[in-house]
Design a protein around this ligand. Structure first.
Ligand code: ATP
Length: 458
């Protein structure tokens, strides 16, 4: 099935209709750049985060978890460079309507790559290209706009702080705590999942660019001479992660950021891009070698040593590899990849071909008829057993069985179980205590003994 901007629209509409994602503060007209996750969205989000944690933390011996505070001492953000020009986007205004845009995005649409350009260069390009706003009006001069949300801490508002724009700094400032408490052997990583906030100039494209989002980040600490070999190992782990999300090879691209576009402290950065329907390839996750820039900055600014001491007594400030993932972008990619339309029994059907480990519901259970107490009772028994085992099991007795299948298909439930008169042994004794299990992708049905269900579903 070919996917295009229609697909994206259908995914967004399915997300709302079926309880995955709602517009933030919707009943008050919304708040731009915020989205709320409904019951199925939370489930999918949690599954993505749990699988990530399993793969990158629990599945390894060299990774330590962390959950740092969102609010941090403002000195953190001075030391990291976020209060300065380093964390600004170039902003231009439509002089007629006052609408604001990112100058680099407008230039990109006009075929100019503004990455790494100074404000002067950007203004020069805008002039030369006679760039107009999307409404065709003139644009103001570009200026730097800092993306951090400022806030005050304390009843007197005595200290300025920020909602963190990335989880990474929480890891750097705890580097010494983790080393002192856990005595890790280098190379090792610290991983964290948490919210981040950026006052994006132009939030857009569903969950792709929002003002409040979740990140899954790792800072991996190495000796300088190890960086290239460890970079390659982690790169392969990221490739494996994207496969685990069910994203197909042809929809993932590794973009090697050219040397002249690299941040001044980075020696190598790869953007992992996904082919979002109707949008094309754009960033899904980032992977950067950041040298010893971050730890050195915090060491200088705080006066606390960030040196790692080897068993032989030698000391050094570790270098850092940073894989950084956005949960919302992963969820969008997973949904777009899974969205499928096909024909079944002469009807068009829509289904989400989600991997079993990500589907909001692992399985749905229903009685053939909901007005037959003996069927309902047996179905409840099966439901309870499966619910104890898997947790995310749906009870669905609305409408007829065909409708239930369509509904479960649309939210990606891999299997549907129906308890019928054969289960009760009323049709053929050999079918007693067996149920129908229907496969989401093929529509095929199998008879499975209740006693074997858990193994079968695993
Ligand atoms: P972009 O260039 O698209 O603005 P970035 O390079 O600023 O992204 P990073 O700072 O590297 O992004 O953040 C790491 C990851 O966090 C990104 O790969 C993305 O998945 C996610 N992310 C960053 N900003 C946003 C946002 N505004 N909305 C949703 N996800 C985001």
């Amino acid at each position: 099935m070919e996917k295009n901007s229609d697909t994206m629209e259908k995914v967004v509409s399915l997300c709302k209709r079926r309880g995955f994602v709602f517009q933030g503060s919707e009943i008050y007209g919304g708040l731009k750049g915020t989205w709320d996750f409904g019951p199925l969205g939370v489930a999918l989000n949690n599954n993505i985060k749990r699988e990530w944690w399993k793969m990158f933390v629990d599945g390894r011996e060299d990774m330590y978890g962390l959950d740092a505070a969102i609010l941090m001492n403002e000195k953190v953000w001075e030391a990291s460079g976020h209060t300065g020009a380093g964390f600004c986007d170039p902003l231009v205004e439509d002089v007629e309507t006052g609408e604001r845009f990112r100058a680099d995005h407008l230039l990109k649409e006009a075929g100019v790559d503004a990455d790494g350009m100074t404000l002067e260069q950007i203004n020069q390009e805008i002039k030369e290209k006679e760039l107009k706003s999307p409404k065709g009006n003139s644009l103001s001069e570009a200026r730097q706009f800092n993306l951090m949300f400022e806030t005050q801490v304390g009843a007197q508002g005595d200290m300025k702080s920020y909602l963190r724009p990335e989880t990474a700094q929480g890891i750097f400032v705890n580097f010494k705590n983790v080393v002192d408490s856990m005595a890790p052997k280098i190379p090792f990583g610290i991983a964290q999942i948490g919210k981040a906030f950026r006052n994006e100039i132009a939030p857009r494209e569903f969950l792709f660019r929002v003002r409040e989002f979740e990140q899954m980040e790792i800072e991996y600490f190495v000796k300088e001479e190890q960086w290239e070999s460890e970079f390659e190992k982690l790169r392969q782990d990221i490739v494996k992660w994207h496969k685990h999300l069910g994203l197909s090879d042809e929809n993932i691209r590794e973009y090697e950021v050219p040397e002249n576009d690299l941040a001044h402290y980075s020696k190598r950065t790869i953007d992992f891009e996904y082919n979002y329907p109707g949008k094309g390839f754009d960033e899904l996750a980032g992977f950067a070698y950041r040298t010893d820039h971050d730890l050195k900055n915090h060491m200088d600014a705080s006066g606390t040593t960030m040196e790692y001491i080897e068993p032989d007594g030698s000391r050094f400030v570790p270098h850092v590899l940073e894989p950084s993932f956005g949960v919302g972008r992963a969820l969008t990619a997973v949904l777009c990849e899974a969205y499928t339309e096909d024909e079944m029994n002469g009807e068009v059907r829509t289904y989400l071909k989600l991997p079993k480990h990500l589907a909001p519901f692992r399985v749905a259970v229903s009685p053939l008829l909901k007005n037959k107490p003996e069927l309902v009772e047996k179905a409840r028994e099966v439901f309870k057993v499966l619910k104890t085992e898997f947790g995310n099991v749906a009870w669905d007795d609305n409408g007829n069985v065909g409708k239930r299948y369509r509904r479960q298909d649309e939210i990606g439930t891999p299997s549907c179980i129906v308890i019928d008169f054969e289960t009760l042994g009323q049709e053929a004794p050999e079918l007693a205590d067996t149920v129908t299990v229907r496969n989401r992708d093929t529509g095929e049905q199998e008879r499975v003994a209740i006693a074997d269900l858990i193994n079968y579903l695993r």
